[in-house]
Write a protein that binds this ligand. Structure first.
Ligand SMILES: Cc1ncc(COP(=O)(O)O)c(C=O)c1O
Length: 547
């Protein structure tokens, strides 16, 4: 069995495996997130690799007991990949959770509060009833049989029954069968209608691909873009580590640009240009720009005018645009409403090649474990669309229940349907509660010494900045620890709160942050905030110079 200890070892091996002299990622506090095989840039522009030494060929002469697959022989790109959201701190949190289960009262807290990941149902967010009713009926279709339907009608609303029947008809009455590799056509039609209604511009099911979560969609697009180790993809710093992890795995270069903390994490066109110019001047073949809007971990929402500038920037600089819009309904500000990149591209009649991503994991649906999402491809060459279909076919099809949850997200009950009012009420209750929790946590962070935090305009996270006392920084460094990781680990040990150090997302060198979700249940929120405040003020007092 893969033990926690082994997992922990794997993470620390990954963390220590690479010292990157070359990649700009190391300059923004991202450790080891790019591949260890940092490509060199010889004069001819052809990348070579430096540290991935080829293991001795397996000619069958080794002793029978020697393992073929070891840390030395494994794919070095996987070995050096990091994903902080599920890194050393959540692994330690699992250990503490197991300890609490075995020996209640043995730790200074009663439970682990998992604020390291945007996983709402883990923190007791109730699933949307209609979605679960439809999926239950699809899962156990006998409930729709003539023998059982009368009983079923007493338990389920008519529109859930009708929806389950209709969905089953799209998959040959078999929720356990493979579907089309791009996803069920009728669901893609509904996604296209949703996009048309959202943006006011046409969308086509032929340009939509359902995936098992947005992660699968992002990985697939990056797979298409990266043809050699010299290819660079622009990513925001701080960023959601799916991007650095995938780029490390497929041996491509992350080209970081900085978001502006002092301006609510907005995107600076000047920094975008600086990052592109520097990377191209050093010979990197920069092909695409990733924008996460609303931002993770920052919570920033882009203004429409800025989106238009970004589209023009991609057009002028021959870049494919990847718009990660999984938090499009998590918007808590009137000043920065969500505007999709697709809408702006359509308004500008831009030829820019765009992939945009959406997911059932976020918003108010929060069905992370069902693994549903999609991408829309705009202005993409038809030959590439055919290649993307081929790529999708290798994974056979996206998760069927995930596809059906996408269908409900984009085509919820309508006014007059039996489930309409409950659906709207549940969505609104979750939304209002998230908005309150976002404000409350930001206010708590801002009330503390040595801490500042931008309000979340959107998404599910706050990314406060911590002014760590020099004595704390020195102590962590002397132990070979990143100061922000040491701070988060101590927070976990003292309070049971699991957050992610800023170095997992990237940050301006010399600054320290952490990312916390604001997802703990509202009734536990005061305790959660109190525990955190006690920890932080205690640490600052202990390490600050005594006057
Ligand atoms: C910005 C961003 N993109 C993509 C994802 C992946 O979402 P999914 O669960 O749909 O794979 C996440 C998950 O947290 C995210 O924050």
């Amino acid at each position: 069995m893969y033990s926690l200890r082994a997992a922990s070892r794997a993470v620390s091996v990954a963390a220590s495996a690479v010292k990157l002299p070359r990649n700009a990622l190391t300059n923004c506090g991202l450790r080891a997130l790019s591949s260890s095989v940092a490509p060199m840039q010889p004069a001819n522009g052809v990348a070579t690799t430096t540290t991935a030494t080829a293991p001795a060929a397996n000619n069958g002469s080794q002793s029978a007991s020697a393992k073929v697959l070891t840390l030395e022989t494994m794919n070095p790109h996987v070995r050096t990949m990091e994903y902080a959201v599920r890194g050393a701190i959540p692994i330690r949190a699992e250990e503490l959770k197991a300890q609490l289960a075995k020996q209640p009262g043995s730790l200074p807290f009663k439970q682990i509060t998992a604020c390291n990941i945007g996983n709402p149902q883990q923190l007791a967010q109730k699933p949307i009833t209609f979605l679960r009713q439809v999926s239950a009926l699809m899962e156990y279709a006998d409930l729709l049989s003539p023998a059982m339907i009368e009983t079923t009608r007493k338990l389920f609303p008519a529109d859930a029954i009708e929806r389950a029947r209709r969905n089953l008809s799209f998959v040959g009455n078999a929720a356990g069968a493979y579907t089309h590799s791009l996803g069920v056509y009728e669901v893609r039609q509904n996604v296209a209608r949703f996009i048309e209604q959202r943006d006011g511009f046409p969308a086509s099911p032929g340009h939509i691909c359902l995936t098992s979560g947005a992660s699968g969609a992002v990985e697939r697009v990056l797979d298409m873009l990266v043809s050699n180790p010299n290819v660079g993809i622009m990513i925001p710093i701080p960023q959601y580590p799916l991007y650095t992890a995938t780029l490390a795995r497929i041996n491509a270069q992350a080209v970081p640009y900085y978001l502006q903390e002092e301006h609510d994490w907005q995107l600076s066109m000047a920094d975008l240009k600086r990052a592109l110019d520097e990377a191209r001047a050093s010979g990197t073949d920069v092909r695409a720009l990733v924008v996460i809007n609303p931002g993770n971990p920052t919570g920033g929402c882009l203004l429409e005018s800025n989106i238009a500038e970004i589209v023009r920037f991609c057009e002028d600089n021959h870049l494919v645009l990847l718009a990660d819009e999984v938090y499009q309904t998590n918007i808590y500000t009137e000043t920065n409403p969500f505007v999709s990149f697709k809408k702006v591209v359509s308004q500008l009649q831009s030829p820019v090649e765009l992939f945009s991503f959406h997911s059932i994991s976020k918003g108010m649906i929060g069905e992370c474990g069902r693994r549903g999402g999609y991408y829309e491809a705009v202005n993409i060459d038809e030959d590439i669309m055919a290649q993307m279909l081929k790529l999708a076919s290798v994974s056979l099809c996206p998760n069927v229940q995930g596809q059906m949850a996408v269908d409900i997200m984009v085509n919820p009950p309508k006014p007059g349907d039996p489930s309409y009012e409950q659906y709207v009420r549940e969505i609104d209750d979750i939304f209002q509660s998230m908005k309150r929790r976002a404000k409350k946590l930001a206010a708590a962070f801002n009330s503390l010494p040595n801490m500042t935090c931008n309000d979340a305009q959107g998404a599910m996270y706050l990314f406060p900045r911590v002014e760590l006392p020099q004595a704390f920084i020195d102590e962590a460094k002397a132990k070979g620890q990143q100061p922000d990781s040491a701070y988060c680990m101590q927070m976990l040990e003292a309070t049971g709160i699991s957050v992610v150090p800023g170095s997992g997302f990237g940050q301006v060198p010399g600054t320290f942050h952490f990312r916390s979700t604001f997802l703990p249940p509202e009734e536990l929120f005061d305790d959660f905030i109190d525990g955190f405040k006690r920890f932080h003020t205690g640490l600052i007092a202990r390490y600050s110079p005594k006057i």
